[in-house]
Design a binder for this molecule. Sequence first.
Ligand code: NDP
Ligand code: OXD
Length: 313
Amino acid sequence: MRITFCCTGTAPEPWLLGLRAALPEAEVTLWAPGAPPADHAVVWAPPQQFIDEQPGLKALFNIGAGVDALLRLRLPPGMHVVRLDDAGMSVQMAEYVCQAVIRHFREFDLAEADMVAGKWAFRKPRLRADFAVGIMGLGVLGSRVAQALQAFEFPVNGWSRSAKPAAGALAQVRCFAGDAQLPDFLAASRVLVNLLPLTVQTENILNHATLSQLQPGGYVINVARGAHLVDADLLALLDSGHLAGATLDVFRTEPLPAGHPFWHHPKLTLTPHTSARTLRDDSVAQIARKIRALAAGQPIGNMPGVVDTSLGY
Ligand code: NDP
Ligand code: OXD
């Protein structure tokens, strides 16, 4: 079995070592133009040339949860795309979102600023019931985040494409589904967490019309993709006072360009696309397990993380 590795912006050596150790029966090589055909590929944002030169692949394993960069390429019809299914990301995302919600709700940012200014001051505690958190996307990451926020007793709303049964991780979540229920979901939420995949349907979904439906004093946490957010609309709603602030981990252009108005905006907290990192060991183990299952004849359709390319996620 041949596996080729083509991950833009990723140091290949540790991955090649990891994949060779996990799949000693396979020949694992770093892709270069003109490389011989492989059976499987491990990829992140590969060039179109890679896809064009490897038409016989059985599956493309994406070393991230989001496949938007991969699906922008011309893929051969019927090509299977498998994304990371959690692989240690959901707990990181839960940590990140909980800290952002709690930092805002408890006003720890203001307390820190006071202390830096040499000021010992208390603020009136705010009511948790006034800070319903709405999570856009109730998939692998969104449902874990919902559970984590509920452990801190925040009211949690969720919005997804298909309706969810009130059971398991979502038993206590007020669930909304589809475009028709988006206004009710937004009106019921004060803090908005975006965990949608970037697709044709979700691009620019955080815009003036949607964000202005959040409750007054709304707060936005974008941890999915920069292209979900219309930057100028966020800035306008921050400046009008309708939104109290935002925590942004992802940006339309990454790294965030020098001089972008987000850099020094007093109501924004920024991080460099680091809310949930790909963990190499977990990811290699998951990909190796799936490649072995395919080799043993398991149908790919039963595998968690298989992307529906017609839906874009
Ligand atoms: P999943 O595919 O498991 O979940 C996606 C969720 O979004 C599902 O609930 C789905 O609905 C919902 N959804 C999709 N399209 C729509 C739509 N048009 N309207 C309403 N809901 C929709 O993805 P993950 O949870 O694994 O990851 C989500 C995203 O998080 C990734 O695509 C990636 O962009 C981002 N991410 C960011 C990271 C970071 O470090 N910042 C790290 C990892 C991921 P349904 O349940 O009905 O299918
Ligand atoms: C991902 C990411 O999609 O890191 O996995 O953004």
